[in-house]
Design a protein around this ligand. Structure first.
Ligand SMILES: *[C@@H]1O[C@H](CO)[C@@H](O)[C@H](O)[C@H]1NC(C)=O
Ligand SMILES: *[C@@H]1O[C@H](CO)[C@@H](O)[C@H](O)[C@H]1NC(C)=O
Ligand SMILES: *[C@@H]1O[C@H](CO)[C@@H](O)[C@H](O)[C@H]1NC(C)=O
Ligand SMILES: *[C@@H]1O[C@H](CO)[C@@H](O)[C@H](O)[C@H]1NC(C)=O
Ligand SMILES: *[C@@H]1O[C@H](CO)[C@@H](O)[C@H](O)[C@H]1NC(C)=O
Ligand SMILES: *[C@@H]1O[C@H](CO)[C@@H](O)[C@H](O)[C@H]1NC(C)=O
Ligand SMILES: *[C@@H]1O[C@H](CO)[C@@H](O)[C@H](O)[C@H]1NC(C)=O
Length: 509
């Protein structure tokens, strides 16, 4: 009886939807779809991305064919992704070498450049770059909530060749026992791998190289670039610059704690905290010297080195507001995603098993753990693939200083261009904290940016303002509105445009 009545009401409403012509609540499929298509046009790639590539890449070393992947044979991908090469290669030429890294190389698409090579790594430490390939900047995309893979209009292969590498040892399909103590060890092993890679794919030697990555790769990438600059001749590639997104660059207290309460105020309606809790946060922020920190110290130009707010480089006792905010956010929104604060229930499914703040396996096995996938990409069948490894890739921790306090200035000085991008909806690392890091860093003879970052200064082609951009002395900083931590995933057009700028394919940021 009850269900019959519900059914009746349902049909009643449906009738209203179908007959009334002006009701705003009406489902007007065709008209809504037309609006959607109109809006989507603005976000389409502005082709051609670059001049047409003169010819396809072929590799003369017969070993290259061991790594060939037929783009028509990738499981669940119902279109031709084109030729690519993937598999394991050792980190040195020693006969007894047991440590190997897994890579997947794609040549440029029809409009990409043959003169360039982009290297990509994810962070973690210990997270797989195949996440980047499948969900961020690869030629096919199977992201959260998608029923099947789709072509990625903003694939970085539209710019040039791209090499995704699972590194360091201990990550993804890589082989061997991790033994690195710091970032220089990591860079040395990666360069060792690259030497082996260039032996097999020697046609790529002397290409212009761009090293890119996100998150903890904000530590990896500057150290890798620094190692390459400081060991001339070690790598037969011509390093031009780096691109790092939502990067881990400095102390936790700077990138997570100082800006956390300001961030909550900016997005008060998203967090939806109660007034008592907001007052408690404000009180702690005042006690811990976070409250007016940016007002006092984040000036353009800076007036001196920026102080820590207290004694600790992570958080003084009673000052860990970041964790308080995370816990409180999870109370009101169990789907709260530190990587993109706008997410709410339900949590989207993810073929890689990591759709938000927490790993969540709604399918088994994960895509890269499937036997058929492993076979096609020449991955070891006996490795259980995980997006972020359970193995500690730095067995005794990472002894290196944060990159902004060590090698990053040298890398900026030696590079043609350096790009730092930060999503404004990222809570795990907060854009305002990256501003503090930049203002406390000295490169090319001066400390920080000398003039303020202007609002609405990042203009995305065909779209308009989508955040800020600011360049001084070889460093360009972008902030992207509405983007979470993984910018190529959440704002692919913005990521693509910033990468075009890095590579000199466009003059203005
Ligand atoms: C490049 O390879 C594709 C197939 O992979 C082929 O269709 C195309 O004609 C080739 N182009 C040139 C210039 O060789
Ligand atoms: C492997 O061989 C190299 C020399 O080719 C040697 O220096 C190294 O110690 C050896 N490593 C192991 C683990 O045996
Ligand atoms: C970029 O690459 C994707 C995937 O290969 C392709 O579908 C798209 O047409 C390309 N876009 C441009 C502008 O070349
Ligand atoms: C922060 O600055 C405002 C005005 O500039 C002032 O009213 C407030 O008391 C300051 N808060 C703290 C904790 O210093
Ligand atoms: C600023 O840089 C100095 C010198 O490297 C460092 O001691 C200090 O901790 C930094 N301050 C912040 C807020 O990171
Ligand atoms: C307010 O939020 C805090 C932090 O999440 C929580 O502990 C407290 O119970 C909340 N108060 C009310 C009345 O919901
Ligand atoms: C930029 O916008 C913010 C608010 O979004 C505002 O507080 C700030 O004053 C603006 N800056 C400038 C230089 O206009």
């Amino acid at each position: 009886m009850f269900s019959a009545r519900v059914l009746l009401i349902f049909f009643g409403i449906a009738t209203v939807f179908l007959t009334s012509g002006t009701d705003a609540r009406q489902i007007r499929k065709k008209e809504l779809h037309a609006r959607q298509l109109e809006a989507a046009k603005r976000w389409q790639p502005s082709a051609p991305v670059r001049r047409a590539a003169p010819k396809n890449i072929t590799f003369s070393n017969p070993r290259a064919s061991e790594f060939f992947v037929d783009g028509k044979s990738i499981p669940e991908v119902d279109f031709d992704v084109g030729p690519s090469w993937s598999g394991l290669l050792p980190i040195s030429g020693n006969k007894n070498e047991t440590r190997k890294l897994f890579f997947w190389f794609f040549p440029p698409g029809p409009q990409g450049s043959l003169d360039d090579l982009i290297f990509w790594t994810n962070g973690g430490p210990g997270c797989s770059s195949l996440e980047g390939l499948l969900q961020e900047n690869g030629p096919f995309s199977w992201s959260w909530g998608q029923a099947k893979p789709t072509p990625n209009e903003f694939s970085w292969t539209n710019l040039s060749s791209v090499l995704w590498v699972e590194q360091p040892v201990g990550t993804g399909f890589s082989q061997g026992t991790p033994n690195i103590k710091n970032e220089d060890d990591l860079a040395a092993q990666l360069v060792g791998f690259m030497q082996q890679f260039l032996e097999v794919f020697s046609e790529l030697k002397n290409k212009k190289l761009y090293v890119s990555g996100e998150s903890y790769a904000g530590t990896y990438v500057p150290y890798i670039a620094n190692y390459i600059y400081e060991h001339p001749g070690a790598l037969e590639l011509d390093l031009q610059g780096i691109w790092i997104a939502d990067p881990s660059l400095s102390w936790d207290v700077v990138q997570t704690q100082i800006p956390a309460v300001d961030f909550v105020h900016k997005y008060e309606n998203v967090f939806s905290f109660n007034q008592t809790f907001m007052a408690q946060l404000d009180k702690i922020a005042a006690t811990c010297n976070y409250a007016n920190y940016t007002k006092q110290h984040l000036t353009y130009p800076p007036t001196g080195l920026l102080p820590l707010p207290g004694k600790s480089t992570s958080a003084d006792r009673g000052c860990d507001v970041w964790d308080m905010i995370f816990d409180a956010a999870l109370l009101v929104n169990p789907a709260f995603n530190i990587y993109r604060i706008f997410d709410t229930f339900p949590i989207l499914w993810d073929v890689l098993g990591f759709p938000g703040s927490f790993p969540q396996e709604q399918i088994s096995p994960l895509y890269f753990d499937r036997a058929d996938v492993k076979k096609v990409i020449h991955a070891p069948a006996n490795v259980q693939w995980d997006e972020c490894s359970n193995v500690n890739v730095f067995p005794h921790g990472d002894a290196s200083l944060p990159s902004a306090l060590s090698v990053l200035p040298n890398v900026i000085q030696k590079s043609q261009r350096t790009v730092i991008v930060h999503g404004l909806a990222d809570f795990i690392l907060i854009a305002e904290g990256t501003r503090i890091v930049i203002q406390n860093m000295t490169w090319n003879g001066l400390q920080g940016f000398q003039t303020p970052i202007a609002n609405d200064s990042f203009i995305v082609d065909g779209v308009g303002s989508l955040g800020t951009s600011h360049s001084e002395r070889g460093l360009t900083f972008f902030e992207v509105e509405l983007s979470g931590h993984m910018i190529p995933q959440f704002s692919p057009k913005a990521a693509f445009q910033t990468m075009q700028y890095l590579m000199g394919f466009r003059q203005n940021p």
